[in-house]
Design a protein around this ligand. Structure first.
Ligand SMILES: [Zn+2]
Length: 502
């Protein structure tokens, strides 16, 4: 039945969590928003916008955490219980928009997002239509597709189209409900490839062309949406691998579209390379020092907090501080972002700007690669009030400006540095715990290299020790035979899950 102004709830929990990091994620890290506050997350649902007017939107609970370690069973239960209770209070729903990331790992549980959706389904009933939107680094099991009526993900990495994707998922749901059309056909194809995000940036080939085909498929008659998931490489569950889903009214068209996209991804598997030249940290430092390009950026990739690293690995900073070039304060200007160290931050705060302090920071969570790091330096700046870090201080050690934080924080924007009285544009070297550079840093960097450093999100996947992923899987099984890439049409959400596991 068409609904002229459907009632649609918004719910979801989003995190990318590394099972190779000793860190654990607790409930407050999700910064949950509830009720009407949920709508403020989305500019396209601001009062007066066409999409806002088109439906009666009801926020249940949406939480999004920085990437991190496995979510504790207690945190997941607490958040999901509240999400379910809030949904139950909303009464009958025509639709539900499930806004998730898709790479959440929870202690003692597989496929957490599908399990949460099963609880949601049990609450809202089989007739409510569900549109799921995800990060392209999420994982898509048959079960997740089964319980969704529409499902899609970002098409750009870095994710400049995150809001566009969410808007598309919300708009397609509204249009489906208004049309009264039958549930879309869903063609799902798992692609046995698992790659690091840093090898699959859509800025460069082959991902650029592989993803360009998504919009071509979506433009076909009989197709509503099309998506390719790269999957998440730093968790060890059977679902972790690439996948394609195409949805729409025409079974032949969604099948053909999904098979085209899956083939495109599979055939490109040998061509995915890191988005920047890589090397050991020492090699990267040598090249940066020899280069005339300024500022020269180096990604300290193994402990990237936005991929799920603990953020407090000291190995990278220790190597930097051991280099003779940076021992003297008149050496090349280096900015290092960042290292959490709550007691070091408190000591620097008490001492004040200009004071010389000796502190110890890092390795409280991930001490597998190097221990807590002693630092003696001058307090350069202090800042309070950051959502993630809470308090940040900069300590100048030799010629290195070390950013210390109370809690871990990603450094993605120019203002993250200038707010701390640092000028990355005039620095010689900027080292950041990050993978591929986010757009503002990329634009600022005169040159850039990725250091393959140890940590919970080590870019050398084969040395992490996955043992639960499905095999054969590229690149773990480099010479595996061609897989079955025919489309699996997944049964509608109001019918039992049918079909094999694969
Ligand atoms: Zn992502």
């Amino acid at each position: 039945m068409p609904s002229p102004r459907p009632t649609i709830a918004i719910a979801g929990l989003g995190i990318e969590s590394s099972t190779f990091s000793p860190a654990r994620t607790e409930a407050p890290a999700f910064h949950p928003q509830r009720g009407p506050e949920v709508l403020t997350r989305y500019p396209f649902l601001a009062p007066g916008t066409p999409l806002r007017e088109a439906a009666a939107w009801q926020g249940a609970l949406v939480g999004k955490a920085l990437p991190g370690g496995t979510v504790t069973a207690t945190a997941f239960t607490e958040l999901s219980d509240e999400l379910i209770a809030r949904l139950a209070e909303l009464g009958p729903l025509d639709g539900l928009w499930y806004d998730i990331h898709g790479a959440m790992t929870v202690e003692g549980m597989d496929d957490a997002e599908a399990q949460l959706l099963a609880r949601i389904r049990a609450t809202i009933g089989p007739d409510t239509l569900v549109s799921t939107s995800m990060d392209l680094h999420g994982n898509v099991s048959r079960d997740l597709v089964h319980q969704s009526d529409l499902i899609t993900c970002y098409r750009m990495a870095p994710h400049e189209d995150a809001m566009d994707t969410k808007e598309r998922a919300a708009r397609n749901l509204v249009e489906l409900l208004k049309s009264g059309a039958p549930r879309p056909v869903k063609a799902w194809i798992p692609v046995p490839v698992l790659l690091a995000g840093e090898q699959t940036s859509t800025r460069i080939e082959p991902a650029k062309s592989v993803y360009a085909a998504v919009e071509e498929v979506e433009a076909e008659a009989g197709v509503t949406d099309a998506a390719i998931w790269v999957g998440y490489a730093w968790a060890d569950e059977p679902r972790n691998r690439a996948a394609v889903v195409v949805t729409g009214p025409s079974e032949p068209q969604v099948r053909a579209g999904a098979e085209q996209l899956a083939r495109g991804f599979w055939e490109a598997r040998h061509d995915f390379e890191f988005v920047a030249p890589t090397g050991t940290l020492d090699d990267c430092l040598d090249e940066a020092l020899a280069s005339f390009a300024r500022p020269y950026f180096i990604s300290d990739t193994g402990d990237n907090p936005t991929a799920g690293g603990a953020g407090d690995v000291t190995w990278g900073l220790q190597q930097v501080l051991e280099r003779p070039e940076f021992k003297d304060e008149s050496g090349p200007t280096v900015i290092y972002a960042s290292l959490p160290g709550p007691s070091a931050v408190a000591t620097a705060e008490r001492a004040g700007i200009g004071a010389t302090v000796t502190v110890t920071a890092g390795a409280e969570v991930d001490d597998r690669h190097a221990g807590p790091l002693p630092l003696t330096g001058v307090v350069h700046s202090i800042r309070h009030g950051d959502r993630d870090a809470e308090t940040e201080v900069v300590l100048k050690v030799g010629s290195v400006y070390v950013i210390l934080t109370r809690l871990r924080k990603p450094y993605h924007h120019e203002h993250d540095f200038t707010d701390l009285e640092l000028d990355p544009r005039s620095a010689d070297l900027v080292l950041v715990k990050i993978g591929y550079l986010e757009p503002e840093l990329f634009a600022m960097a005169a040159d850039w290299k990725m250091a393959l450093t140890p940590g919970g999100v080590d870019q050398d996947l084969t040395r992490l020790g996955h043992h639960r992923i499905r095999r054969p899987l590229f690149p773990f099984d480099r010479d595996m035979p061609d897989p079955d890439l025919t489309a699996r049409v997944v049964s509608p959400s109001d019918e039992p899950l049918s079909g094999a596991d694969e």
